[in-house]
Design a protein around this ligand. Structure first.
Ligand SMILES: Cc1cc2nc3c(=O)[nH]c(=O)nc-3n(C[C@H](O)[C@H](O)[C@H](O)COP(=O)(O)OP(=O)(O)OC[C@H]3O[C@@H](n4cnc5c(N)ncnc54)[C@H](O)[C@@H]3O)c2cc1C
Length: 451
């Protein structure tokens, strides 16, 4: 980084990163020259605008006047949400030849996998230990395996656990390698529609309210924010909402003293970092779309977690265990689930039903089920066009939801949605009319397993 920067940029980097103080005379002199070492400029001076379109209160109701939105970007495929499904979708679509833009409300990729600290990859295997999650999901695991301290338990028939920071890093690397355009810190708030056809999305960010226009949109928001805004049919479900944590110093537990007392509850499971465990939480069943409920959960869980770690630290032998972090992202498992052209059922799984439009195969937590194919129709809304779903919000009945939402299964539906979207763009057709055989061929070329 040093070599590619000029002196001024290097000084700014040191100052901005808070490193300057410890970096010797050169940096210290530069700090003095610039006062604090930080730099700041006036970019514009705004005066009061006469033609604003602020919401107004009319007869006690808040009304939003009509206004033009700036267009931030034009693209072929717009992916809303950079979780496990969205990242796979974006990379797959780009590798299949489309221009792709990925938009994410937070500052990192991975969604619940990293931001929710859900580090354990369940569901990549089926009965007999065969690994059915291949393609981009498997590529990520393979690449994590080559990184120091990024993944543990990556062995046949075993569920691996990743490090959140290594995974966020890898996703940046893979997204950049693929050449996907990215907007972070952008919250998708509406769908741009022409009748039943989606043409893009509206986003809120620190840059204001802006639009991105696209030929096909993939809703990988987990909550179906976009397909719901576009008027697609869906089921609104409640589920358990928890808050995952990481605790440290488990390698400093005094085993001898620990044997004298009951083992504390909630010590979690291993991560790639020695002595650090991730602690899952089921939490109560609530509506994950209700902001009051989300607020209540976040605050209650935070109190519970803190009090629990204090109890642990009072247990003989466990005095040095401490809470390193609570997940930045609340653990919302299921909210909106698409009503698609095909709804996956438990009967499909139990019968081992095979689908001519299979775009992937799902696995189960501990390989307790056989292979279950995922038909393309689970990604396609019943009525709304030019939008596909991917990840935990694809069309599946209640009894399938806890399988469909597992991380590898989200990789698989994301991968499939990305390739399908690219084929739609290339052939100029809406997702419901895509030639599935073409999608399947490209998926196989991209090393996906379709059963
Ligand atoms: C507590 C908990 C424990 C779990 N345990 C396991 C486990 O052990 N193993 C396992 O395999 N699975 C587990 N799961 C399930 C799994 O983590 C998730 O189902 C999976 O990660 C979902 O991936 P996704 O990409 O579909 O959605 P998400 O990970 O939710 O990603 C959606 C992305 O979209 C972004 N987004 C959402 N709305 C917008 C918007 N309007 N605008 C812009 N961006 C938006 C989000 O910030 C996020 O990055 C668990 C889930 C929870 C909550």
């Amino acid at each position: 980084m040093h070599d590619s920067m000029n002196r001024r940029e290097w000084l700014r980097f040191l100052g901005g990163s808070g490193l300057a103080a410890g970096m010797g005379t050169w940096a210290a002199t530069a700090q003095q020259a610039h006062g604090s070492g930080f730099q700041s400029s006036i970019l514009a001076r705004h005066k009061i605008e006469e033609n604003r379109a602020n919401p107004v209160v009319v007869d006690g109701r808040v009304m939003q006047p009509q206004r033009e939105l700036p267009i931030l970007h034009h693209t072929d495929v717009l992916v809303l949400g950079g979780g496990s499904a969205g990242v796979c979708a974006a990379i797959a679509a780009k590798r299949a030849g489309a221009e792709v833009c990925l938009v994410e409300r937070y500052g990192h990729f991975g969604g619940l996998w990293t931001g929710g600290l859900v580090l354990l990859i369940l569901g990549h295997i089926v009965e007999g230990g065969k690994q059915v999650c291949q393609g981009i999901g498997e590529e990520m695991m393979r690449r994590l395996d080559k990184m120091e301290g990024a993944i543990v338990n990556r062995r046949p028939r075993t569920n691996p656990t990743v490090d959140a920071e290594a995974t966020k890093y890898l996703m940046v690397e893979m997204i950049e390698e693929a050449g996907v355009d990215v907007f972070l810190h952008c919250w998708g708030v509406d769908a741009i529609c022409n009748g039943n056809s989606v043409q893009g999305a509206v986003f809120e960010s620190k840059s204001g309210r802006q639009a991105i226009l696209a030929k096909v949109v993939i809703d990988a928001s987990g909550d179906g924010d976009l397909f719901a805004a576009a008027g697609a049919a869906f089921e609104h479900r409640s589920h358990n909402v928890g808050l995952v944590t990481r605790i440290a110093n488990l390698d400093r537990v005094d085993r001898e003293r620990a044997e004298q007392a009951a083992r504390p509850r909630l010590l979690g499971s291993v991560t790639p970092v020695p002595g650090v465990n991730w602690v899952n939480m089921a939490g109560p069943e609530i509506d994950g779309l209700d902001v009051r409920e989300l607020t209540r959960m976040e605050m209650n869980h935070r109190k519970f977690i803190w009090q629990n770690i204090q109890r642990t630290r009072r247990t003989p032998g466990y005095e040095q265990v401490y809470l390193t972090e609570t997940a930045p992202q609340l653990g919302v498992r299921i909210t909106r689930v698409l009503h698609g052209l095909h709804t996956l059922t438990r009967d499909d799984l139990q019968a081992g039903r095979r689908f001519p439009d299979s775009v992937g195969v799902g696995g189960s937590e501990h390989g307790q089920h056989g292979e279950w194919q995922i038909p393309y129709g689970t990604l396609v809304p019943l009525e709304v066009d030019h939008v596909l779903a991917a990840g935990r919000c694809v069309s599946a009945e209640m009894r399938m939801a806890d399988l469909v939402r597992l991380i590898p299964n989200c990789f698989v539906t994301g991968h499939a949605a990305g390739v399908a979207a690219a084929v739609c763009v290339a052939d100029g057709c809406p997702p419901r009319e895509v030639e599935v055989a073409k999608v399947q061929k490209i998926l196989q070329e991209q090393e996906a397993y379709l059963g």
